[in-house]
Design a protein around this ligand. Structure first.
Ligand code: UFG
Length: 328
């Protein structure tokens, strides 16, 4: 079975390629290396450098390779950037997915597992968040992912392309042996920024607001361990390969931690002081996002195994200590 992994050189994609290879799948990776790293792709995966929006390129790859299923990670994913550059987000994410679906239809590929996001919901009206909640994205990133989900819904009806959209919450940590991990430029995510501060690469952690309606005033997020998150993709592949209907699942841990709690946990893990100061709120941050992943548990038989936040931070810390400059 050959799986085509789009965006397989990114943080999440590279962990997926790694797990698929270890499970015995043949893996073909497409990535434009705009944000991904060639070194992060498992050596047993076949790699094509190119852009999913380049239809000729996509057709060339699919003529050479026999692909059974697709996993789609190739998208821009920063909320703040999307507010400033909405058209780039619609171009890369929506147009890119359009080409992916066009070539899937052309080459008769029937299954796609797709990385969606909690940002499709917008500011939640109930907690924990369930898949039946209304979707009201509050930024172009979330909107683009919702559009991608909807495109898949209609392609299912018209061409029988089955999809599973996995709505991620906050993905965190690195592979347990620290051989692959998170390396963004620029880095905007909380855990890497905290750990870069612990390493002395930043002067302090800026806490974006401590006047939210939460117990300590800082935002609460649901952190899910990267290896657990990838296990859900493999369960979703299996689900589709068995002929099940298209579906949408939240992937979280059902637990929330505030920014201050994350900082405290990281101080304990690293044994470093980690200076921090409170800054104004960041635009577009909901106060609290915690998933119910009950549906994934019941239907996919998935639940996260690593739920201790210190253990998750420790995997990220091991990666940062062993790769202080990332993949460079
Ligand atoms: N934060 C800080 N200081 C920083 C960085 C982050 O206080 O330097 C705070 C943020 O304000 C937020 C929390 O830490 O409250 C987590 O922020 P991240 O940037 O790590 O993650 P987000 O929750 O903003 O975003 C994540 C994914 C997005 C996805 C979103 C879904 O990165 O792709 O969850 O809600 F859209």
């Amino acid at each position: 079975m050959a799986i085509l992994v789009l965006g397989g050189a990114g943080y999440i994609g590279s962990h997926a390629v790694d797990q698929l290879v270890h499970k015995g799948y043949q893996v073909v990776v497409i990535d434009n290396l705009q944000t991904g790293h060639r070194q992060s792709i498992h050596e047993k995966a076949k790699f094509y450098q190119g852009d999913i929006r380049d239809k000729k390129f996509m057709q060339e790859v699919l003529k050479k390779e026999t692909i059974d299923d697709v996993i789609h990670f190739a998208a821009s994913s920063l909320v703040g950037e999307s507010v400033e550059k909405p058209l780039e987000y619609f171009n890369n994410n929506v147009q890119g997915t359009q080409i992916v679906l066009e070539v899937m239809e052309e080459f008769g590929i029937k299954n796609i597992v797709f990385s969606s996001t909690a940002a499709t919901y917008g500011e939640p009206k109930e907690m924990p968040m369930v898949e039946t909640m209304a979707t009201n994205p509050e930024n172009p990133y979330g909107e683009s992912k919702l559009m991608m989900e909807k495109m898949m819904k209609w392609c299912d009806k018209a061409y029988g392309i089955k999809y599973v959209a996995l709505r991620y919450f906050n993905v965190a940590g690195a592979k347990s042996d620290a051989s692959i991990g998170e390396d963004h430029d620029p880095e905007t995510h909380l855990i890497p920024i905290i750990l870069q501060t612990a390493l002395g690469q930043r002067a302090y952690l800026g806490i974006y607001g401590d006047d939210y309606d939460t117990p300590d005033g800082t935002c609460i997020r649901d952190y899910v361990y990267i290896e657990d998150l990838i296990a859900a993709h493999i369960a979703a592949l299996d689900y589709l390969q068995k002929g099940n209907e298209s579906n949408v699942f939240n992937l979280g841990s059902n637990t929330g931690y505030s920014v201050k709690e994350m900082l405290e946990a990281a101080r304990e893990v690293t044994n470093k002081e980690i200076p921090a100061k409170v800054l104004p709120r960041r635009q577009g941050d909901p106060s609290k996002l915690v998933a119910s992943s009950e549906k994934a548990k019941v239907i996919l038989g998935w639940q996260p195994k690593v739920t201790d936040i210190k253990q998750i931070i420790e995997t990220a810390w091991n990666w940062h200590v062993s790769h202080p400059k990332g993949y460079e």
